[in-house]
Design a protein around this ligand. Structure first.
Ligand code: UD1
Ligand code: PEP
Length: 456
């Protein structure tokens, strides 16, 4: 990479990514050390939790990703004062003057993230009403919010659908409830937590999601003064309290980002030390990574992921809720599976349309077939509903350069590493989406020795 290009890349990453397209010259193994900071899927919720405190909060290890900026914007229009130190990742949130925002300001955030739906409970407690814009997030299925709305109704919220969002009020306040989720949804579990902690009385949540990011949100709420217990059988019990304080907390690391870089090491026959990654939260990923033929070394300050030589092996996996194989891990791993000797199967059971990224891999020479049937031991919710949610990957196939367009966050990362592994030149467009969840990814690719040019 020449210095002008490098400047452009570094500038792009420093300002949160102005780049839209990156041209890769494939064939370089990615080698070196990068750091992952707080998890996108915790940090954004922890920021919403700060709304519940009567005093300021300090969240540490916050990554510079666009989802954090979106949630900061939403909090600021509700009167929360936010100060951020990019270098340390410290985020100060002062909710002393929470106020209703104007509809126009709220709607300016429409379609930008899924987090606004989690503002409901805290805003109902603080202001007695909440306006929620249309949601965004990755287009990987329908992504309904029926569980969220049902949960909120259980607490006593009155919900009115508007042409461009939702209005909610709580004329009689919010009271604890007995809730059973139809599926252990991450977002709906967080909805219950963020609402129940200040509701009157007890809440019992059955069939809760128990992802590590949810456990970290519970840690934060407990620091704020909440009373929450987690039983072994997906039951969470919350005793509502009258007042919560601010918190000081270091966010759990981003295990999805760590798993993505691990797959990047495997795909490019490289060697990447991911500082900040920890074993416990990645146990299931590490088992599969090793089965495919990857190697890792767990150190105190991170995990080294590398291709130890030899052939990669095919695997059969099903994505699932925690402690299963996470749906956000499959896309970069599928790129590695195109290089494995034999037939692999990935059955996606969490989202019905999460294989949009494979068209580009096929354009690059991969052999991947999608099926409507459940190709796994489980019959999932999508089997009878005509969704292409099982992938059969035959390898190894040589990948060659192509012009490809990023469809979503994780699919986008898989495109980057496919381009890095391919012979020749690839032009990857719409890369801005990747900055939603991968901090400074252009800088990191540069530090790991990737050969590319950024167009802004
Ligand atoms: C910001 C964030 O944390 N995003 C994560 C979160 O998304 P998110 O919280 O949106 O995911 P959920 O666990 O809620 O969704 C799982 C499944 O439940 C369905 N569902 C969910 C809610 C609802 O009201 N009705 C309904 O049918 C969804 O369509 C999906 O099929 O968990 C997912 C599953 O680990 C991850 O892939 C996402 O990265
Ligand atoms: C699907 C994801 O995120 P979101 O829920 O924010 O769209 C993801 O992180 O892969």
């Amino acid at each position: 990479m020449n210095s002008l290009t490098q400047d452009a890349a570094l500038h792009g990453s420093a300002v949160g990514l102005t780049a839209d397209t990156i041209t890769f010259r494939g064939g370089q193994p990615l080698k070196g050390r990068i750091e992952v900071r707080g998890a996108k899927n915790l940090v954004t919720k922890a920021m919403v939790a700060a709304l519940l405190g009567e005093t300021p909060s300090l969240l540490k290890a916050v990554p510079n990703i666009s989802d954090v900026r979106v949630v900061s914007g939403l909090l600021e229009i509700h009167g929360v004062r936010i100060k951020r130190d990019d270098a340390s990742g410290d985020l100060h949130l002062d909710p002393s003057n929470v106020e209703s925002a104007h509809m126009a300001e709220i709607n300016a955030h429409a379609g930008s993230s899924r987090i606004p739906i989690l503002f409901c409970g805290p805003l109902l407690h603080r202001l007695g009403e909440a306006f929620i814009p249309d949601l965004g997030g990755c287009r990987i299925g329908d992504r309904p919010i029926d569980f969220h709305l049902e949960v909120l109704r259980n607490f006593g919220a009155v919900i009115e659908k508007l042409p461009d969002g939702i209005r909610m009020s709580a004329p009689d306040g919010l009271s604890g409830a007995k809730i059973q989720l139809p599926y252990p949804s991450v977002g709906a579990t967080e909805q219950v937590l963020l609402t129940a902690v200040r509701a009157t009385g007890r809440t019992e949540l059955r069939n809760a999601a128990i992802e590590p990011e949810i456990m970290d949100l519970i840690n934060i709420l407990q620091k704020m003064g909440a009373s929450i217990s987690v039983d072994a059988d997906r039951v969470i019990r919350i005793e509502g309290v009258d007042r919560l304080e601010g918190y000081r907390h270091r966010a759990i690391f981003d295990r999805n980002e760590a798993a993505s870089w691990a797959s990047a090491a495997l795909v490019t026959k490289g060697d990447i030390f991911v500082a900040g990654a920890r074993q416990a939260e990645m146990l299931t990923f590490l088992n599969v990574f090793r089965k495919v033929g990857g190697a890792f070394e767990i150190e105190e300050d991170g995990i080294r992921f590398y291709h130890p030589g030899g052939d990669l092996k095919p695997v059969v996996i099903e994505t699932d809720v925690h402690p299963g194989f996470m749906t956000d891990w499959q896309q970069p791993l599928v790129v590695a599976l195109t290089q494995a000797h034999g037939v692999s199967i990935v059955h996606e059971t969490v989202y019905e349309q999460r294989f949009g990224f494979v068209d580009a891999l096929v354009d690059m020479g991969a052999t991947v077939q999608l099926h409507r049937e459940c190709l796994g031991s489980e019959h999932c919710r999508f089997g009878q509903r005509n969704f292409l949610h099982s992938a059969v990957i035959s390898g190894p196939t040589k990948l060659h350069g192509a012009d490809i367009e990023v469809p979503d966050l994780r699919g986008g990362f898989s495109h980057l590493i496919a381009a890095l592994a391919a012979d020749g030149v690839s032009r990857v467009s719409n890369v801005g989406i990747i900055a939603r969840g991968y901090e400074n990814f252009i800088q990191k690719l540069h530090d790991l020795g990737a050969d590319f040019t950024v167009e802004s």
